[in-house]
Ligand binder design. Sequence first.
Ligand code: GLN
Ligand code: ZN
Length: 553
Amino acid sequence: MTADDLSRVRRIYEALTSEAPGIRIMLQTYFESVDAYGFVVSLPVHGIGLDFVHDGGRNLAAVREQGFPAHKTLGAGLIDGRGIWKADLRGKWATLAALRGAVSADRIVVQPSSSLLHVPVSAARETALPAELQGALAFADEKLAELVLLAKAGSQGVDAIAAGLGAAERSRDALQRSSARTNGRVRARMASLASEPAVRASAFESRRAVQDAKWQLPPLPTTTIGSFPQTPEVRGARQKWRKGEWSPSQYASFIQAQIREWIDIQNEIGLDVLVHGEFERTDMVEFFGEKLAGFAFTAKGWVQSYGSRCVKPPVIYGDVELPEPMTVAETVYAQSLTSKPVKGMLTGPITILNWSFVRDDKTREEVAYQIALALRDEVEALEAAGIGMIQVDEPALREGLPLKREQWAHYLDWAVRAFRLSTSTVKDETQIHTHMCYSEFHDIIESISALDADVISIETSRSHGELIGIFEAHTYDKGIGLGVYDIHSPRVPSADEMTQMIDRALRVLDPGLFWINPDCGLKTRGRTETVESLRNMVEATEAARERYAVKQA
Ligand code: GLN
Ligand code: ZN
């Protein structure tokens, strides 16, 4: 913040305090350390809450070195408001004791590092998890109990909570000793990772020549992002199978029938690169988590996502490994039905990481690499089974960005590396696709390019003009599809509308590298509108090919 901004902030708090002098304002900060510490603690408020969990030690250092105003209350954010693991209470007590060296004890309030909306309600309701995992969880209720213990240590001395400290330690140790936590094969692969360059054998220009010769796609190839409508029929079938009313083979043949129907539809519409439709998947992270070792699923671990939406994130608690291929059967079945290429469809390591609760004894970087290696096995299995195009989705790449700019480069480096670990061992002729959505791409476009995917599709139809602006400044030199219609609406867009999108994009992007696709997966759409929209998309593409061919000639 500029000095001007800071003085505006001060005026706001001065106004609040003078207009409502009877109200004690607690100014809460969270998710990181406070940069302008001296300024923040000097604001005219009753107290200030600071995060002592995600601050990299900086808030604690600031309190100790710069002091804390004697007449104010310190909200000591000691218990992680975002993670789901039991706290190392001895360590927390040590932090609290250090704070008490700098701030008078009766001025300290213990609290979570942030609001608790990021965690589920109660771990006591999880009864189907392995005991050592269940015992090491602390959801909101358990976190409140931890706070009460710390407060008790504060008022009665640490000996008063000896039993609680011991119990917490035993739970954490039990999880640490569990066999899921340390997998020798994973550790051996991780150990040799440092020397691994994680680059494709050839540069994009050479791969492009090999791929063009192999695939013989028309100019402006058409494709979709992966999923087709998850109709009530599809969801109902999954329920029956989950409840045991349908046998696994009954469910598998239902899925095959869906795949067959949609391969026919895609062929009939005239799309160039097909997909199997993802009918077997609930959501793009849970499906993979359920098949990978090292993951667990809670029964009631719901948390708020956007607005009124809820998600139940997987829990990564052990070393991640691929026990057996996850997507090969459906993809190979789809490919057996058509002579056109069918894209394999995977969720990338960073999206799996960012949409899960992650173990706290390893860095996120390490866990990302473990997931990446498991996905590499899947990519290689798809390639070995004859699948020549593989899409690895990373819609949540941007969500992991640290709050502070100075930490961006490090995150983006390891995130890009994780993606490349998953995708770089394939042959030149194998075409790697990726897809991104839900975010702004302007300030990370160089990292997106560094993923080195042969083709990327980006959701843009909600902010089309803006995204196109980026490509005026940065030439994008690999395959790219900017979504030509918005899948978030049931409205069927006309071919004309899509033509406008295509023309605008082709003003700044090379038509020789441009792909035509909707801007995201179609699972939330109905069947009729999907078919009609895709027909219009193919019509717009055919018209564009004519204009483009004329230009080339
Ligand atoms: N392949 C996924 C799908 O089509 C991608 C979803 C996403 O981008 N969020 O559903
Ligand atoms: Zn998407």
